[in-house]
Design a protein around this ligand. Structure first.
Ligand SMILES: Cc1cc2nc3c(=O)[nH]c(=O)nc-3n(C[C@H](O)[C@H](O)[C@H](O)COP(=O)(O)OP(=O)(O)OC[C@H]3O[C@@H](n4cnc5c(N)ncnc54)[C@H](O)[C@@H]3O)c2cc1C
Length: 363
């Protein structure tokens, strides 16, 4: 087996292509976006992903691009800020980085060893025992020995190989956009909570970003590609709140040209592989916003490449899934707890969370 098509040049895709090339495979990466995707949300590179980055010799570059965030401040309705609270950290080597920066550095580390095709997508796949015939929107059809869907929560490869309706809404929606201003404290995130709602102001890397996280039952006709529906949902969730800078932030939402918005969801699949098609990263097991999504994307990619290099294809896919599913399953449980801590449902819940965070603060 030699040729591998990887759909998605986010976090998992380029990491997989890097390691496949190291093991003598010929990876091709197809990415729907024309360049890097606009979601600049912060992600964490933790524990085992730090180790993977070190082996790729990109750890220094990644650390230089880290956000440097070390603390949060709670903001009340009048705009009063608490003193900084430093959450207990994971391992000492962990760091936070903007997703776009991480994806760009991974792409740079891989681009000479893999073929990257931007502005294209898989449209059809016909698999047999030895490979997959793939049709693209723009590129001519090609046959690959293996296809890997690393194309995120709304994976096209997953839809084509496994069908629709395989993600489950976890009761939270998230929106994000650039705030376009510098912040007073570049190492701190501001958290403004009301019951079931959070607004986060993240310092980014010089230009702050706004995040809206709110609890809401599943919107029946939700469309992750419909910006006018997204604007409506955010304004509906926060429109009654006239405190702090909320009305000004909603004006930004109304005017934003590039609003990110999605449902916080988990993927529900009994198996990640079907013949010569497999899934990786958020496409396989979204551990979503509050967990270790990027860490799991990098570590899963490394595990998959190592498995393919040392087993027959069928055994490799089984080995990859049994190794990596254990990690993602345990992270999914933590992700639910993190959601409860970030978006308490009640005013007493917010007060208790803030008091506990101050108590546990390392500052
Ligand atoms: C607001 C927000 C906050 C987050 N916070 C954190 C955090 O604090 N910590 C953390 O670890 N994680 C966090 N995450 C999750 C993290 O971003 C993901 O888990 C991680 O990016 C998953 O990597 P991936 O490569 O699987 O998918 P992605 O990074 O989503 O990459 C998928 C790629 O596939 C491309 N694509 C999609 N469809 C197609 C197609 N049909 N054909 C070709 N390409 C396609 C996309 O354009 C994209 O480039 C957060 C996510 C969001 C949205």
């Amino acid at each position: 087996m030699r040729t591998v098509l990887v759909s998605g040049a986010g976090i998992a895709g380029p990491t997989l292509a890097f390691w496949l090339a190291r093991h003598g495979f010929q990876p091709t990466v197809v990415e729907r976006a024309t360049g890097q995707r606009s979601s600049g949300n912060p992600v964490d590179v933790r524990g085992p992903a730090v180790e993977v980055a070190a082996q790729m010799r990109i750890l220094t570059t990644l650390r230089e691009a880290a956000t440097g965030v070390t603390a949060v401040r709670f903001v009340d309705r009048h705009g009063h800020r608490s003193s900084p609270v430093t959450p207990p950290s994971g391992s000492p080597g962990d760091f936070e980085i903007l997703r776009t920066d991480l994806a760009a550095i991974l792409h740079e580390a891989t681009r000479h060893d893999a073929q990257f095709i931007f502005d294209d997508t898989v449209t059809a796949m016909a698999a047999d025992e030895a490979g997959v015939d793939v049709t693209f929107e723009r590129t001519a059809p090609r046959r690959f020995d293996l296809v890997v869907g690393a194309d995120g929560l709304h994976s096209t490869v997953r839809r084509l190989a496994f069908g629709d309706h395989l993600i489950r809404h976890l009761g939270v929606y998230v929106g994000g956009l650039p705030l376009g201003e510098e912040v007073d404290h570049p190492g701190e995130v501001l958290l403004y909570n009301t019951p079931g709602r959070l607004i986060a102001v993240h310092p980014g890397r010089g230009e702050a970003m706004l995040g809206f996280f709110f609890r809401r039952a599943e919107v029946p006709d939700f469309d992750h590609r419909d910006p006018s529906q997204h604007r409506h949902l955010i304004i509906e969730a926060y429109g009654e709140d006239h405190s702090w800078r909320v009305p000004e932030f909603l004006t930004r939402v109304r005017e934003a040209p590039d609003l990110y918005f999605d449902s916080v969801s988990e993927v529900d699949l009994p198996s990640w592989s079907r013949g010569r098609v497999t899934l990786l990263g958020d496409a396989a097991a979204s551990v979503s916003l509050f967990g270790d999504g990027s860490t799991m994307a990098m570590v899963g990619a490394h595990t998959l490449a190592e498995s393919l290099a040392t087993h027959t294809p069928e055994a490799a896919l089984r080995h990859y899934e049994s190794e990596h599913r254990r990690r993602t399953d345990s992270r999914r449980r933590t992700a639910r707890l993190s959601a409860a801590l970030l978006i308490p449902r009640t005013a007493p819940g917010i007060a208790t969370r803030n008091a506990a965070a101050r108590l546990l603060s390392r500052a």
